[in-house]
Write a protein that binds this ligand. Structure first.
Ligand SMILES: [Zn+2]
Ligand SMILES: [Zn+2]
Length: 168
């Protein structure tokens, strides 16, 4: 993995300087359970000095493939995010969460964007929010219709016993 180190000296020193470029973020070794359809994710990056504040914005769009957490169906999903950070040469105690340190005017955009993307991905991967999942008895995908399994325990005493066992 080649780190892309950005030299931002001019942007930091000259007000109203704008720097725009397309970054390619290598997600092949990102260490996540989703698969990126393309190993490289393209990001439209803009670094701008606005009245002394250096603002970093990046627009990314990509497709992820994963198995639904509930019904295990393989799905691919489009994601679009915009990330925004304020770049500072040195973080101070007052710096908020969106502040990023660029020591010596240098910024590792690759690492920053990869972390942004990983943080932005949802922790639950569902084919759709209303996914009904699989029947715990027969394994049928309940999104495709219901099955004939009786999931309600006919004997309430048995149900109570099962509940106790599950809690143990
Ligand atoms: Zn699902
Ligand atoms: Zn069933």
């Amino acid at each position: 993995m080649i780190a892309v180190i950005l030299d931002l000296k001019k942007v930091f020193l000259v007000e109203n300087t704008v720097m725009q470029f397309c970054a390619e973020v290598d997600m092949s070794e990102a260490g996540t359970d989703v698969t990126f359809r393309d190993n490289t994710v393209k990001a439209a990056v803009k670094v701008e000095n606005r009245a002394g504040f250096v603002e970093f914005t990046a627009d990314v769009g990509f497709v992820c493939c994963f198995d639904c957490d509930r019904c295990t169906k393989p799905v691919s999903r489009d994601f679009h995010f915009q990330f925004r950070h304020i770049l500072v040469l040195r973080l101070s105690e007052e710096s908020g969460d969106d502040y990023i340190e660029a020591p010596d005017y240098k910024l590792d955009t690759d690492t920053l964007l990869r972390d942004d993307i990983l943080l932005a991905l949802p922790s639950k991967h569902l084919c759709k929010e209303s996914c009904k999942g699989l029947c715990p008895k027969c394994g049928k995908n309940l999104n495709e219709g219901s099955c004939d399994c009786v999931l309600q325990e006919p004997d309430p005493r048995l149900a109570a016993l099962r509940k106790l066992l599950e809690e143990a």
